[in-house]
Design a binder for this molecule. Structure first.
Ligand SMILES: *Cc1c(COP(=O)(O)O)cnc(C)c1O
Length: 233
């Protein structure tokens, strides 16, 4: 077996195991597997590993640093590949990143929103975004504090080149499935409350769940799980 074969079978096995875990959690929650999208987080992965994951059938890939996304997007040009951005976006990286994106998960300030709207208007596209919410309250975690959310939602809904699709959040530090569950439920409740208040919005997406806690996230209503280590270990 060549090292390329070994890489392919390792990633294919990991992908199968993750999909089985997804299916079990979805069944337990009475949901269809198709209602949850798997995003492969490639931030610690080489270009070769990333390519193999895509070729194994994971067509949604996520990066947390603009430069890494630029580098990989230059090499991986299949039109079926959808790039997601899940890290902190500095405003001076917006111009180069925005045309590559399928979805930005990490809108975390009004200043960033203004920059995204202005750049999307300049190049005449409509950018899909999620609001990143600091659900755990950990100071080390990024995201909007719950009490500043409504102002940003209103500005996003009034931005013609921004399409607000839902919310993203992370459980607290060092949580597992059981301890993460209340955070995910809190994010879903917040989404439901916002959806009820802003009837014209379409807040269908809930981006929550990582390698160690995605079963709890799926049971709490996640529509997108962001999985890195479980796919590449
Ligand atoms: C790294 C990262 C992930 C993936 O974490 P794993 O535990 O490796 O699955 C998910 N979401 C965000 C925002 C990340 O930065």
């Amino acid at each position: 077996m060549t090292s390329d074969d070994a890489l392919r079978s390792r990633i294919a096995n990991n992908l199968e195991r993750v999909r089985e875990r997804m299916a079990t959690a979805a069944a337990r929650a009475g949901r269809s597997l198709e209602s949850v999208r798997l995003l492969g987080v490639t931030k610690y992965s080489s270009l070769a590993e990333t390519r193999v994951l895509f070729e194994s059938g994971c067509h949604d890939l996520a990066e947390s640093r603009p430069q890494d996304l630029w580098d990989k997007a230059k090499e991986l040009t299949d039109p079926n590949l959808r790039w997601h951005f899940i890290g902190h976006m500095q405003r001076n990286k917006v111009r180069r990143t925005l045309p590559l994106l399928h979805l930005l998960h990490s809108l975390d300030s009004e200043r960033l929103l203004l920059e995204l709207e202005s750049e999307a208007a300049r190049v005449n596209l409509r950018l899909k975004v999620l609001l990143e919410i600091n659900i755990s309250g950990d100071e080390t975690k990024t995201g909007l504090a719950p009490d500043s959310i409504e102002a940003v939602v209103e500005k996003a809904l009034a931005s013609p080149h921004i399409e607000l699709c839902g919310l993203m959040g992370m459980a607290g530090l060092g949580t597992d499935n059981e301890s993460a569950r209340p955070y995910f439920e809190r994010l879903r409740e917040l989404r439901n409350k916002l959806q009820a208040k802003y009837a014209t919005a379409n807040l269908n997406e809930l981006s929550m769940g990582m390698s160690g806690d995605f079963e709890a996230a799926i049971e709490a209503g996640s529509t997108m799980i962001r999985v890195g280590s479980a796919l590449f270990e």
